[in-house]
Design a protein around this ligand. Structure first.
Ligand SMILES: [Zn+2]
Length: 289
């Protein structure tokens, strides 16, 4: 019998917890729960993520070839690089949970860019591409100006603990930049699309954050939030396809709708229903001039 994490909310300690009624795409035994007090969404058990889960590459079993992984993450890697290009110029940066290193490969031309990635099978690939990637936080040995975490926070069993460890390697005037999927995604909270809810929630997303819970997490740790910005990765065709057909891939199948994306994506960002959030955090003792 799997232990339920229903006793109390990780973030606020409330015991007022409900079952969202979603089915996970890859695990029928787990439930998606929500704290009624602070709106944190989390899985009913974390026990399926054991110590070696990420090390052995179980999360990305379909992407054991790093080149395929890079192809899949290309659009996101390029978007992130474009967004942070000016900020990271000539800086020392660390990408925590760097996957196949797509963001590092782009960044290393303009910055000192290191990574942390637990998946052991990638080591040779990193060496071949002359990337410095540590296999755990414990192997780090210097401080960084900027630490990034792209779609990693939601995978952590104890996010606060990992952040505390990472902050040891962040310079006092440094910045932590974290991107997560948004649980207030329009498909979930506006269109209430059940097939999408059952697809997007999976056994590796232990926590699902929205703007409020993300803010609360870092405020309670005594950190300074510089900004929380919305990002919309998917467009109108993808959303309509989910709502009408209940399936992914609409952005490829109904690509003629992509011309509306600039307006549609902006509206979703304005009304707080974007699919992604990016947060910038600093240490409190940062000197402000
Ligand atoms: Zn809560």
């Amino acid at each position: 019998m799997k232990k339920l994490q229903t006793e109390k909310c990780y973030l606020c300690g409330s015991k007022n917890i409900i079952d969202k009624g979603y089915r996970l795409r890859d695990n029928k035994d787990l439930k998606v729960l929500e704290c009624r007090n602070c709106s944190l969404v989390f899985l009913s058990s974390f026990e399926h993520i054991n110590k070696d889960f990420y090390k052995s590459g179980k999360m990305h079993s379909q992407m054991l070839d790093p080149q395929i992984w890079l192809d899949v993450s290309k659009t996101d890697d390029e978007r992130r690089f474009k967004l942070l290009k000016n900020k990271i110029q000539n800086k020392k940066i660390l990408d925590f949970g760097c996957g196949a290193g797509g963001f590092l490969i782009l960044s290393k031309n303009i910055a000192h860019a290191d990574g942390v990635e637990e998946q052991e099978s990638l080591t040779t690939f990193f060496q071949k591409n002359k990337l410095t990637v540590f296999n755990s936080i414990n192997s780090l040995n210097s401080k960084y100006d900027i630490i990034t975490m792209f779609h990693v926070l939601e995978h952590l069993k104890d996010p606060k603990n990992v952040i505390i460890k990472l902050l040891e390697y962040l310079k006092d005037d440094g910045e932590l930049i974290i991107e997560v999927p948004n649980e207030d995604d329009a498909l979930l909270t506006l269109y209430k699309c059940k097939p999408f809810a059952n697809f997007t929630h999976w056994s590796c997303h232990l926590f699902c954050f929205n703007k409020q819970t993300l803010k609360k997490l870092f405020e309670e740790m005594g950190l300074k939030i510089n900004y929380i910005k919305p990002i919309q990765r998917y467009g109108l065709a993808n959303h309509l396809y989910w709502v009408i057909k209940g399936q992914k891939g609409g952005h490829l199948k109904w690509a003629f709708l992509n011309k509306f994306d600039i307006i549609y994506k902006n509206i979703l960002k304005i009304i707080g229903k974007s699919d992604t959030l990016i947060i910038s955090i600093s240490k409190r003792n940062k000197t402000t001039i």
